[in-house]
Design a protein. Sequence first.
Length: 307
Amino acid sequence: MITVISGGTGSVKLVRGLAAITDDLTVISNVGDNIWLYGLYICPDIDTIVYGLAGILDEKRGWGIRGDSFNCLDQLEKSGAPSWFSLGDRDLAMHLIRTQMLKGGDTLSEITDEMRKQLGISARIIPATDDQVTTMIGTDKGKMHLQEFWVKNQARPQVKGIAFEGSETAMPNKKALHAITKSDMVIIAPANPVSSIGPTLAVKEFRHALYGKRDRVVAVSPIIGDSAVSGPAVKYMKALDLENSPAGVAKYYGKSVGNYVISGSDSAIAPSIRRLGMNVFETDILMKNKQAEIRLARYLVARFRER
Ligand code: FO1
C-alpha cells in the first residue's frame, strides 16, 4: 500500500506514474486552495488529481478539463460579474454536483470518492480534511486567499506571510490518517511545499503520523537547482525565510521526512540535506512524459517499499 501526500499541478505526474504501477494507492489531497465562488465550492487540487487520473486533465495548463469551453465565463464577463477565475463549462458541472451534494449533507470526502468512482479511477483520493483549511497570503496589499493572490493578482503583491486558516481545529480525515499508518511507504509529491503540502502538514495529526514512520516517508524535491518544478514556490519560501533550493524544502519538511530524493545534478547539496537527518537519493526527477512518470514511480517503489 502506497500513500501520496499531494497538491495539484506539481503532483499529478507522479501520482499518475504510481497509479500506473500499483492498484493499492491512496492520494491525500490538499484542500488549502479550495474556494467558494458564485456559490460553488471549487477544489482545484482535488480536481487536478481526479482529472489527471481520469485522463481528462488539460496537461498544458495543468488544471481544468482538456478541450473545455468557457461559454459561462464569457457570459459572466459580459454581465459584468467577476471573471478572474477561469472556470470551464465542463469543469463547472463538477462544481455544481459537488456543491449540491455538500448542501445535501454529504462530506467532501464522500463526494470526492463518488466523483473518482464515476470517472473510473481505482486510486483512493481523500481530501486531507472535510473541514475548511484555507491558505491565506499576507501581502503588502493586505491578506488575501491564495487564489486571489495567484490568479486575480497574478502573484504581483509582495508576500509577507502565509497562514493555513482553520488548520488548528480541523479534524484530519480518519481514512487518510489510517492510510499513512498502514502504508508501506508514504510519498510527499514534488509539489509547492508551502501551498500544496503545507496545509496538510499544518494539521498536527498528519505531522505526528509522519514522525511515527519517517523511515518510510520519502519526499521528492520539487526544485532542481534553483528552479521550482511548478508554481510560485519561490515567493512563498522566501516569505518563510527558506532557501530556494532542494535543501530549503527539506528543511521545511523537517522531522516528518526520513528520505529525500533530489536530482542527480544537485549532488553537491546532498551533504547539507543529510545533516538534517535525512537519507538522500539521487535520480532523474524531471517528469517530461508518461514514461518518465512511471520510471520515477518505479524507482521510488524499488528503493523504499521494503525499508
Ligand atoms: N489558475 C490560473 O492561473 N488561472 C485560472 O484562471 C485558474 C482557474 C482554475 C479553475 C479551476 C481549477 O481547478 C484550477 C484553476 N487554476 C487557475 C489553477 C489554480 O489556481 C492553482 O494552480 C491551484 O489552486 C494551485 O494548486
